[in-house]
Write a protein that binds this ligand. Structure first.
Ligand SMILES: [Zn+2]
Length: 72
């Protein structure tokens, strides 16, 4: 699994993994996806105009999906 080129997003991805979420790389404009056991996922974009905002979205998703396995 490759490393995301942006440091803040890399940290957010690591935090998501520590929260029990799955991170998978994809190809194309999207770097990959963070997926929860409940089936929801968010796209992780390659470095764009606002990587800090992307990192914030990943952190929010991880916080919302930490420690739960049932669909919300
Ligand atoms: Zn979830």
């Amino acid at each position: 699994m490759g490393r995301h080129p942006h440091k803040e997003i890399r940290k957010a991805i690591t935090e998501a993994e520590e929260a029990g979420l799955k991170v998978a790389e994809s190809s194309g404009h999207t770097w990959g996806y963070v997926t929860c056991a409940c089936g929801q996922r968010i796209a992780v974009y390659s470095t764009g105009r606002n990587p800090e905002f992307g990192a914030k979205l990943i952190r929010r998703f991880a916080a919302n999906h930490r420690n739960h396995e049932e669909p919300r």
